[in-house]
Write a protein that binds this ligand. Structure first.
Ligand SMILES: Nc1nc2c(ncn2[C@@H]2O[C@H](COP(=O)(O)OP(=O)(O)O)[C@@H](O)[C@H]2O)c(=O)[nH]1
Ligand SMILES: [Mg+2]
Length: 234
């Protein structure tokens, strides 16, 4: 199979030790696939590593958001990446190897079959401390309730950061609901689902096992919980 119709968007913040490995796996596994690295002013060699990958494989684009004067944020970076992409489908994933690149092909197949959204579903969470599991579970319950009472679309993991989307569908939905996307937040899929009427599109789930990040640290913290509460309300 050729992957010329697909772009992988990787939001990055200090992923110099992970990004090259991930991009080379993607490029070697999925012939013709495009990659966009949406970087938020990483202080390490993330952008240099992405440029090096572009020299080797081609079609690796870097959005240097800080240089462009864009407000920092994971959701805002993903939106920039999707906007900049030029392919029919886009797949969003973390750059820290927590989302297995082997699953990209399964998400791609679902999109090609006609689903507007295909969501990577964490089948198993490895090694999370109790407090993180507890906070996460509580937020999930509230998130599902928000979608339910608003008559919005749901899926098997509404907070997944690993999903594929039909680009035109995303851009249309986003352009009509810009103010409902929390740019600084971590949950762009949730913001998208919120804006879609239940059962108006086809959504599929693709299970995978969430890994521990390979190098570096998570940037998720209390601030992201506040951003998520803002997402619930908007
Ligand atoms: N562009 C951008 N990427 C970010 C930001 N925060 C985190 N990331 C990236 O988003 C992905 C997920 O972040 P991570 O900190 O691993 O979150 P976690 O997996 O929920 O712990 C990784 O590729 C990070 O490098 C941000 O503010 N801007
Ligand atoms: Mg991570």
């Amino acid at each position: 199979m050729q992957y010329k119709e697909f772009t992988v968007v990787l939001p990055t913040l200090n992923e110099g030790r992970n990004v090259a490995e991930l991009v080379s796996h993607l490029k070697r596994t999925y012939k013709g696939i495009c990659v966009i690295v949406a970087d938020d002013g990483s202080k390490d060699n993330t952008r240099d590593e992405a440029r090096r990958m572009n020299k080797i494989y081609g079609s690796v684009k870097i959005i240097d958001r800080k240089r462009l004067g864009r407000a920092r944020g994971l959701t805002a970076s993903v939106i920039d990446g999707i906007t900049e992409s030029r392919t029919r489908y886009v797949i969003v994933m973390d750059a820290d190897m927590q989302h297995p690149y082997q699953v990209v092909g399964k998400i791609a197949a679902k999109l090609q079959r006609g689903d507007e959204i295909a969501v990577g579903i964490r089948a198993e969470v490895e090694d999370w401390p109790f407090y993180r599991k507890f906070i996460s579970k509580s937020l999930i319950v509230v998130g599902y309730a928000v979608l339910f009472f608003r008559g919005s679309q749901s899926c098997g993991d509404i907070f997944s950061g690993f999903f594929g989307v039909d680009r035109k569908f995303f851009i249309n939905t986003y352009s009509k609901n810009r103010e409902r996307f929390v740019g600084r937040g971590f949950k762009v899929l949730f913001d998208l689902l919120k804006c879609v009427k239940r059962n108006s599109i086809s959504v599929s789930d693709v299970p995978y096992v969430f890994k521990n990040r390979k190098f570096g640290e998570s940037k998720a913290g209390a601030k992201q919980v506040l951003d998520l509460l803002k997402s619930f309300a908007s």
